[in-house]
Design a protein around this ligand. Structure first.
Ligand code: PLP
Length: 393
């Protein structure tokens, strides 16, 4: 077991002990199945009296290495990888929720998550109450005898609203409820929800962990006892991560803390610069010192993250003008990438939500979401300045 404690070392060395042929870089085990020495050996592997690999939907050495690496970063006992971030959310929820159970969720959610909860989870006889991300009294009032889980993302996509994980964990645990947290806006490099009291920390590894927009992936971290149950669900539902994606994501882990450190700084500087632009009505960034939640952010996160949002004067037309005319920012919905990205949540990431649901979550037609990458900050500012100058103030 590695003696390292610091994220940058854990990101690179966290699972060094798990090599199979002394390979310096984790090898890619691109195989769907593993052979047994005999029929009895196969039986022993399947009934788990012998440790080993059988089939890559169940387990694969490259995926195991990735899971262990993320578990180190999240300060978790265990992790289970999934095909996507949405698969990680599905697995975390459906492993523990049964027909007749009740889920409390923040209403400040990524649009696809909101659609999944309302459009699919409810089809299985699971009741959901949506509450404010920040008002603990709403969470407390929503608790019922059959409430099994509380779910939220912090900071939320796209407005960066932060939930008080310590307070919510205390409330949840008083009632025997699990607290599941989507940690993908921060990544484990800057926030470890389990250390703040959450039971499950969920990642879309597609975002910061990859960091270079190559593959999809997800991971759920928590106590070994919970993760074992989720791993069984992932295996049965067939929503496992592909070994190739695990291998790519392992590489992403190695530069994650360094990337996030630089992205935190650049995102803060860009948010502060945007606040001074007359065409900008409001900037949302968890790391802003004047953010009313700044103290909570400092307690929970070691940085504001790479994503900010801004409301511009001139409504959707002005927002679209900016998106259409920037030269460096990629027009795409992904975030946490080394390439800066720009998107219009109202019509893309949150487009499936009703206008009322978007308004309730604070998402307006004049909102733009920016993920700050690793390009030179002065180039990013100049790109935005040129387009902002084309808009009325
Ligand atoms: C907050 C949040 N959670 C989960 C997801 C889903 O991740 P994936 O696209 O890997 O399924 C996303 C995707 O954008 C997201 O923004």
């Amino acid at each position: 077991m590695s003696k390292a404690k610091h994220p940058q070392t854990l990101a690179i060395r966290g699972s060094k002990e798990q090599t199979h042929y002394n390979e310096h870089n984790q090898a890619l085990f691109l195989t769907s199945s593993f052979m047994f020495d005999s029929a009895a050996d196969g039986a022993a592997l399947f009934n788990k009296t012998k440790a080993g690999y059988t089939y890559s939907r169940t387990a694969n050495p490259t995926i195991t290495a990735f899971q262990n690496r993320v578990a180190h970063l999240e300060k978790a006992e265990a992790a289970v990888a999934t095909a996507t971030g949405m698969a990680a959310i599905q697995a975390a929820l459906l492993t523990f929720l049964n027909a007749g159970d009740h889920l409390i969720s923040s209403r400040s959610l990524f649009g696809t998550t909101a659609g999944y909860l309302e459009g699919h989870v409810t089809r299985f006889g699971i009741d959901i109450t949506f509450v404010s991300q920040t008002d603990i009294s709403e969470w407390a009032a929503a608790i019922r005898p059959n409430t099994k889980m509380m779910f939220l993302e912090t900071p939320s996509n796209p407005l960066g609203e932060v939930a008080d994980l310590g307070a919510l964990a205390e409330l949840a645990h008083q009632h025997g409820i699990l607290l599941a947290v989507d940690n993908c806006f921060c990544s484990p490099a800057i926030q470890q929800p389990l250390t703040l009291g959450a039971d499950l920390s969920i990642q879309s590894a597609t975002k910061g962990i990859d960091g270079q927009g190559r593959v999809l992936g997800g991971v759920v971290c928590g106590k070994a006892e919970l993760i074992q149950q989720i791993a069984l669900y992932v295996n049965s539902a067939g929503i496992s991560l592909a070994p190739f994606n695990a291998w790519v994501l392992l590489g992403g882990c190695e530069t994650l803390p360094l990337r996030l450190r630089a992205q935190n700084q650049a995102a803060l500087a860009l948010a502060q610069w945007l606040q001074q632009q007359p065409q900008v009505e409001k900037v949302y960034y968890a790391g802003l010192p004047e953010n009313p939640q700044a103290e909570l952010v400092r307690k929970q996160q070691s940085g504001g993250g790479s994503v900010l949002a801004l409301e511009v004067k001139g409504g959707q037309e002005a927002a679209w003008h900016i998106i259409d005319h920037v030269g460096i920012f990629s027009k795409t919905a992904n975030f946490g990438d080394v390439k800066s990205t720009i998107t219009h949540p109202w019509t893309t990431t949150h487009g499936r939500m009703s206008a009322e649901a978007k308004q309730a979550a604070g998402i307006k037609p004049n909102l733009i979401r920016i993920s700050v990458g690793l390009e030179d900050l002065e180039d990013l500012k100049a790109d935005l300045a040129e387009v902002l100058a084309q808009l009325p103030v």
